[in-house]
Every structure is written in C-alpha cells, then in structure tokens.
Write a protein that binds this ligand. Sequence first.
Ligand code: C2E
Ligand code: MG
Ligand code: MG
Length: 670
Amino acid sequence: MRQPGKAGRHVKALADQYARATIRKRAAVVDRMMIWLLAAEWLGMMVTAFIVSPRVWNGDQSGVHPHVWAAILAGPLFILPAIAIALLNPARQATRHVLAVAQMVVSILLIDVTGGRIETHFHIFGSIAILAFYMDWRVLATATAVTGIDHLTRGLLWPQSVYGVLTASPWRSAEHVWWVTFEDFFLLLAARQSMRDLKAAALGNARLYWGASHDVLTGLANRRLLQERFDAWVDSRPGAASAILYVDLDRFKQANDVLGHAVGDRLLALVASRFRAFAGPGVTLARVGGDEFVFFRTEIGSPDDAKAMGQKVLDSLAPPFNIDGHEVLLSASVGIGLYPEHGTTLRTLQDNADRAMFAAKSRGRNHCEMFSPIMLQRHGTVQEIARDLSLAMSRREFHLVYQPLVRGLDGQLNDCEALLRWHHPVHGNIPPSEFIPLAEESGMVVSLGDWVLTQACLACASWQRPGYPAVAVSVNVSAEQFDQSGYAEKILRILDDTGLSPSLLILELTEGILARDIPRTRAQLARIRDAGIRVALDDFGVGYSSLSYLAELPADRIKLDRTFLNRELLRSTAIIESVVQLAHRLGMQVVAEGIETNEQRERLLALGCDVFQGYYFSRPIPAAEVSALLIRTQPESSVAGELEALNEAIVTASDAEVSQITSPEPELVA
Ligand code: C2E
Ligand code: MG
Ligand code: MG
C-alpha cells in the first residue's frame, strides 16, 4: 500500500521512529552482552596471567609476577568503570564507545599480560567482530582507531610489548592495522545491509500500522486509532475534561448520487483537509463513517471551547468547494459530547454526541448542538414515533398548511406550498424534517404523499374564483413517490378526481431525486410536464453543484435554498447572480425561499429573483385562511397588506388565538 503525500510523510516518520526503537533495543542487548564479556575477560586475564607467569625469580627473591598484577589492576583501572558506565547509561551512543575502547584495550593488552607467550591477535579480530553487533560504523571506527594508535606507537617504540617474542620487524604494526581495516571493510558492508533490512522492516511495519489505523481516503485516523488515543488519554489524565465533536455532512448522500462516487470521494478528502487545517495539536481527527467525522479534543478549559470548535467546523465548510469546475456547497451538523459529564467511555460519548448531532439536524442542519440528557429521552421516542406513524393516517393526525409565495414585482399571490403537519397525541407537533425521513424509510411516504396531493388539489380547487387570477399549489414529492412506475398517470387521476387543472399544480422535487437516473427521470418528467403540470427544483444549491443539471433536466422553476441567505454575502451574491441568469435564459422562474426580513427581500429582488416565500410574508397557514385572504384581496392587487395584517395578528395574538388562526380546517373530502 503506497500512501500519498502527507500520509507518506507520516508513514516515513513512523518508520524512522520504529527503526530507532529497534536500534535502541538491540544496543541495550549488545551492551549487556559486552558487560558479561568484559567481566569474563577480566577473570580470564587474571587466570591466564597466573598460569603463564605466576612468579618471578630474582636471585633468591621471589614474588608475584607483574603480569599478574597488571591483569588484576586492569579491573579497577578500566574494566569495572566501563561496566559501571554501561549499567548506568544503557543503550546510549557514548556507552557503546566506552565499551568498545575497554574491549579493545583488553584485546591489545592480552598479549602483553601473558608475557608475549600467547598469540592474541585473533582476540582483536574477534572483538571487532563482536562490536559489529551494534551495526554502527562509528563504534567500529573507535575500535579501529584504538588498535591503530596502539599498534603504531607501541609497535614502533616497544614492538615486543605488542607482538611478544615473535616480533621481528616494525612493519608488523602496519600489516596488523591493514588486516584490521580489511576486516572492518566487510563488517561495515554487513552492518550496512543489516541496517537497510531493519529500515525496510520498520517501513513495512509502519505501513501496516498506518493502514490499520487510518482511513485510506482522507488520511485521517480511523475508529481504532481514535479509540487508542482516547484510552491512552484517559489513562494518562483521568478526570481532565475533553470533548467529542460528532460531525455529519448534510445531505452528502445526495451530492454523492448526483456527482458520482469518484467526485464524492474527492470531496471528502477536501473536507478532511479543511478540518485538518484548524484542528491543531491536541486534537485527534477521525473519519468514522461515510460522511461522519469525529474531533477528539483533549484539554478543554470550558464547554465554550468545544462550542467554538464546533463553530469552526461549520465556518470551514462555508466557502464552496471547487471540483472539476463544479462549485459544490456543503454544510454539516455537529453534536458535542463532553468528557466526563456526558460519558466516560468513547462509546457513550460518541452515542451522545451523535444524538446532539441529530438535534442539530432537526434544527435545520448547519448547526452545532451540545448534548443534554433530554435528548436521550427524545432519541428513545424516535422508535415509538416510527411505530405511531403507521397509525397516524387512520387516526387523522395529519393536516396540511399552506405557505404563500408572492410575486416580487406586483406583490400578488402566485401560489401556496402545501406543508405537511403531524400532531402526535403524546409528543405534540412533530416537524416534517423528523417524520418524513421515517415515512420514506418505511415506504409509507407513498400513500401519505397521495393523501397530501389529493388534499392540496382539493384546497387549491376551492381557492379559485371567477374573475380572479388563478392561484396554484406546490406539493413536495419524495424520491420514493417519484420512483413509482405510473406516477405521472396517478397524478393525472388525482387531478381528474379533484377537478383541478394541471396548470395549477407545481411539483417540488429535490435535485437529488432528479439526477439519480437521468434518462428515466427525463422520461418521467416529460410525461408530467406534457400534461401541463409544472415542476420546481426545491432546495436548490444545497450539498452539490447544480448548475450543470439545470440545462439537462427540464423544470419550470427553481427554489433557492434558504441557506444561501446565511452564506457569505459576496460569494453567495455571485452564485445567485449566475443561477438567476442561467435559469432565466432557460425560461425558468427563480423562487427565493426563507425570506425573513425586508433587507433580504430587497437584496434578492435586486439579484433578479421572481417569487418570494418566507416568514417575512407569511408563515404556513390553513387552506381556509388562504381562501379568506383571497376574498379580502382585490383581484390583481398585492396581497402584501393583507399578509402583513395576518402576520400582525399572529404576532400580537395570545397562544390560544394563534392556534385558532393557524389551526387546520376540517379535512376536505374528495
Ligand atoms: P421545503 O419544501 O424546503 O419547505 C420549506 C420549509 O421552510 C418549510 O419547513 C417552511 O415552514 C420553512 N420556511 C419557510 N419560510 C421560512 C423562513 O422564513 N424561515 C425559516 N427558518 N423557515 C422557513 P417545514 O414545513 O418544516 O418543512 C420542512 C421540509 O419537509 C420541507 O422543506 C419539505 O422538504 C419537507 N416536507 C414538508 N411537507 C412535505 C410533504 O408533504 N411531502 C414531502 N415529501 N416532504 C414534505
Ligand atoms: Mg418545498
Ligand atoms: Mg426548500
């Protein structure tokens, strides 16, 4: 496995670390071996000196021979100090050299200590070979230098002390040094090869470890390494505060489907490098799932530190990504779990941070939430909600509300978007962002969607009055609905049953649905549009580049997602301008969603948006309220005043009154 760029550098650094550790371990073993060797040699020297020359006779005087004294004194003079140094400083560079010097001095003195009676040069060769175990050319150089200096000086001045009684010529010194150098040459070659093998093995190990502990796509840590780091940190600093940030990219799956997996992979790698850029030391950054990342931040001063980091995650994704000329917009939802308050094992912390991340998603994505125990309770209810969802239809717990869409130029009501509401008997109002995904998963969204379409068509038919401009209805459609074969025919049947003209129905589809299987989608869209039904691209510009699909897929309007309003002004302005330009050129209408202030309305009007939707004009209201609004408004005049009055009524009314204003009317029956 070859790791690219930065990862390659990490592997190399890791391999160096492994190699150094192996060399140190080996040096410690060789040090111990040298200690035993020197001790044995000292003993051996004394015994040999005693056997070879026990006494001296000088006339009638007799005493211990100086060789014996020399052998005994070698211990305290240099053998024992060298052993002491080695015991106190194992595996150090300097220790190796001290031991090498001691060993060579023993070797070169041996012949002298035995009175030149024993040929001990083999001992010198042997010693150098033993020192080669260190695989360190510097140790061999030290050993050679000691031998060379000794032989060249003593060999010239006192040849007998070096070569004993056998010596004849002073050139013996040079010859001897040459043999030592000759031996060194081969030992060095062997040491170099061993070192290469050791480094290759270290690199292999480093690669294995890297592969097993990192995510190959992004080079970030994987779950295993995250766990290792977490455990190591908890062991070393029990009780100190840290934080887990669980990051999930919003609607990444759609981006992946639309752009293809190869681009999706590159996008993930780019996201990882943005995260890495601000993570800094003390943070382990891991990829733990397809589009899920975890920041493990140690040493946090207060929960605010973790929140600040969460904000950095969101900020880092704000600028668009550029891949092959596609501008891709991404956001993320972040959940935070604190150690030790929210869990003391990585598992619980991560689970709780995950729950907080879900809470961030249901706040409309692109948010950061800190875990709180209430979420635990809420998470437990998700399964209960999924169960109840199947009963909700028969229990008549669903109703629709309608949010007006107002034309920019004359302020006239253009259409209303039908938005589904579920009033759960125990949990109260559950937002569609929470139950639609559950309904999609269970497949129930198909029958639910049929019900929505029928109700919306009935409501829209009831709004039309002769002499007044027509008001259309927009209905959201899930992928599961759109994928049914014969869906277009089913819509036409519902239109027929409810008596609504196809020209008054707008279907809202997200790009993710449209771009999954382009040829099939085109055919399905063609059938729908041929019948006179209009199609809108909803949540446009979220999660992936959209411009390239505008030209390819036939649609009548696009709805700019409201996250555009929160993005950096300069960039979003440039993007909106180009989207509007292209859409107009293709004959599409542009809707600005989520308008909450007059400034936003003015800005988007100036940028060329045609239709506006948002709390600034009106919150979603019951169908009957839409009828009442139309009755109060003169034909062809702006609804702005009426909507303002309605908003005013909602703002100033008591809670009970608001629920009256926005409560569902009795279900319309086909
Ligand atoms: P959407 O189709 O993009 O609908 C717009 C959402 O933005 C609605 O949320 C609306 O209440 C909200 N909104 C409108 N103006 C503003 C504003 O000024 N500020 C803010 N912050 N929000 C604003 P809602 O009703 O919660 O619906 C959420 C999503 O649920 C919808 O997003 C749509 O994707 C889905 N949905 C709703 N009803 C249905 C349905 O009947 N079928 C399907 N398949 N999906 C639905
Ligand atoms: Mg919509
Ligand atoms: Mg939308």
